[in-house]
Design a protein around this ligand. Structure first.
Ligand code: ATP
Ligand code: MG
Ligand code: MG
Ligand code: MG
Length: 564
């Protein structure tokens, strides 16, 4: 490609809301432009990177026997009603009606669609296993789209779904997919960890996330210093928090009268373990009309005034809910009341053993109640233990110590079991001629997020440093002075040779100053830039290595051989 012809609108200015290197550099280097919140155009350079990532994914998927399909982006809401997810997915699901008043959603993920494709078409165990995937635009109306390609509303995902006759076969496929996913990320040149998405609390092996290690990652993960163990702490806590039963209003009111006498009764009311942190229990209750309330149960104080004294920040801290998350569900974080740091400390630090009561603080004035006998302290301590992961804890798999680091979730693989196949009545005949729901796995990878993740891990103050597998062009030939015939001649010759050899090459043939062109090359991040400049008079050119930022002098005659 000739730079003079290329559509690469580089800029000195980053978008005003850009804080992450990937967002800043992908915008400044002319890879992407923003259309609206969470919506981006991919320009030619970004398209090339995306195609490379997709090609690697396709190769590894083919190796493990997965087959590519492409399902409709617009999906009938009926399918989502069938699986029950239309409610659960909430506002992330973009719903709309066509001219005939049929309700549709823009696919945020395709479990329902894939099950619908396979049901009644695969009818016998003889045709299993089956692994189908697609690489496709997804839409999720994220509450807070941000960080450029990292959290878009429209984004590209590779989503795969496997169908099995028994759980052993699902286990085998799941392991094979984990291996394939690791290969993909290794080939892309990324430093990553596979982590349990539900560490401890749920067991873990059923859901694993692939985390690219980067300071800017939104997830905190616990990793072992000695072995490969890793766990996503936020996911573990989130999964406990989201595991909430329906709470009909009548039952909720009953609960508000102070006649719940023990933690057993409390647990019975909620049907599942409440979500515990060391000294506080938080419970999100969702009403049928979709309104929500967060209840706080604080131990170690014996009247409501003291609960009220917990200031908002500390309260958020102890229940591990961010202010933003609360606003997302329509709650104002100031709900707990007067800000008195000293009293707040008393509540939080009070000794476990001295706890007498459970006291409920809520975000609505009349929804407090007091006087619940804590009863079984040991249970509380137990829950506290499993919800907490601390740095320095001993790894569950070896005697190494855990430390915390930040990760970007680029992939997520999941053993679904029969959840969707049962709901959608997708069945096959087993060896005994008996009808059984498919046993399923699901495997997602964020293709557009990967573009950003590569840059989060590979950049410096001057711009992108693409890995060899992801670079839009491997070599940039810089003709320093376009008026110098010898420079132009060598540049063109090398350009022709490299193109013939299948090297992806750009030639910077613009009538611009050397300094300007060099800054551009660093910003875009070609792995190699061949600088053809004044030294050519002495038979020398330079190779600039973007990774190491070193320039090496090379004899002009040898340059082609050196690069190849
Ligand atoms: P997150 O926790 O970041 O919101 P998720 O757990 O909701 O992601 P999954 O449903 O597991 O996402 O989807 C599979 C993959 O799709 C994720 O691992 C991620 O790489 C990618 N992905 C999800 N949401 C987005 C988004 N808004 N923008 C870009 N990529 C995304
Ligand atoms: Mg999400
Ligand atoms: Mg996630
Ligand atoms: Mg996920």
């Amino acid at each position: 490609m000739r730079r003079s012809r290329a559509f690469i609108p580089t800029s000195k200015e980053a978008p005003s809301d850009a804080s992450l290197p990937s967002h800043i550099f992908l915008s400044r280097a002319g890879f992407i432009t923003q259309v609206a919140a969470g919506l981006y155009n991919y320009l030619p350079l970004a398209k090339r990177v995306i195609k490379k990532i997709e090609a690697i994914i396709n190769e590894e998927m083919t190796k493990v026997g997965a087959q590519e399909v492409e399902l409709s982006f617009v999906t009938p809401a009926d399918l989502w009603a069938e699986s029950g997810r239309i409610e659960k997915f909430g506002k992330e699901l973009l719903r709309f009606k066509d001219r005939k008043n049929n309700l549709f959603v823009l696919g945020p993920t395709h479990e329902e669609m894939m099950v619908d494709l396979v049901r009644n078409r695969v009818t016998s165990y003889k045709n299993l296993p089956l692994n189908l995937y697609q690489i496709k635009t997804k839409f999720r109306d994220e509450a807070r789209p941000r960080f450029g390609l990292m959290r878009g509303r429209e984004f590209i995902m590779k989503d795969g779904y496997s169908f099995h006759a028994d759980t052993e076969d699902l286990d085998r496929e799941f392991d094979a997919m984990e291996v394939a996913y690791k290969k993909i990320l290794t080939r892309l040149g990324l430093d990553f960890r596979v982590v349990e998405a539900d560490s401890g609390a749920i067991g873990g092996s059923g859901s694993k996330e692939l985390m690219v290690l980067a300071d800017s990652g939104e997830d905190t993960i616990a990793v072992c210093s000695k072995c490969e163990y890793g766990a996503n702490i936020e996911a573990a806590k989130r999964s406990r928090r989201s595991n909430i039963p329906e709470a009909p209003e009548a039952e909720f009111n009953k609960f508000l009268t102070p006649n719940v006498k023990s933690i057993d009764e409390l647990a019975e009311f909620f049907k599942v373990d409440p979500y515990y942190t060391v000294k506080c229990v938080a419970k999100r209750v969702i009403y049928e009309d979709e309104s929500e309330i967060v209840l706080f149960f604080v131990r170690g104080c014996d009247n409501l005034q003291e609960v009220k004294a917990v200031n908002a920040t500390d309260a958020l801290d102890i229940v591990d809910v961010s202010e933003e998350e609360l606003r997302e569900i329509g709650l104002e974080p100031g709900f707990i009341g007067p800000l008195d740091q000293d009293k707040a400390k008393h509540v939080i630090d009070s000794d476990l053993k001295s706890a007498k009561n459970l006291i409920c603080g809520a975000n609505e004035a009349d929804n407090h109640f007091i006087g619940v006998d804590l009863g079984i302290l040991d249970d509380v301590a137990y829950f506290a233990e499993i919800a907490e992961v601390n740095e320095g804890d001993i790894c569950p798999n070896c005697d190494g110590e855990l430390s915390f680091t930040k990760g970007i979730e680029v992939g997520h693989i999941f053993k679904l079991g029969t959840t969707y196949s049962s709901a959608l009545k997708a069945e096959f005949l087993d060896e005994n001629g008996k009808s059984q729901p498919f046993i399923m796995g699901t495997y997602g990878m964020g293709v557009s997020r990967l573009v950003a993740a590569v840059i989060e891990q590979h950049h410096d103050d001057n711009g992108c440093k693409w890995t060899k597998a992801t670079a839009p062009y491997m070599v940039n030939i810089m003709v320093s002075n376009i008026k110098d015939e010898a420079q132009v001649e060598l540049g063109e010759k090398l350009y022709g040779q490299l193109q013939e050899s299948g090297v992806e090459v750009m030639i910077d043939d613009r009538k611009e100053r050397f300094g300007f062109k060099m800054k551009d090359a660093e910003l875009i991040g070609f792995p190699y830039t061949v600088i053809i400049g004044k030294e050519l008079a002495n038979g020398q050119v330079q190779i600039y290595n973007r990774q190491t930022t070193e320039k090496t002098a090379v004899a002009a005659d040898d340059i082609y051989a050196k690069i190849m």
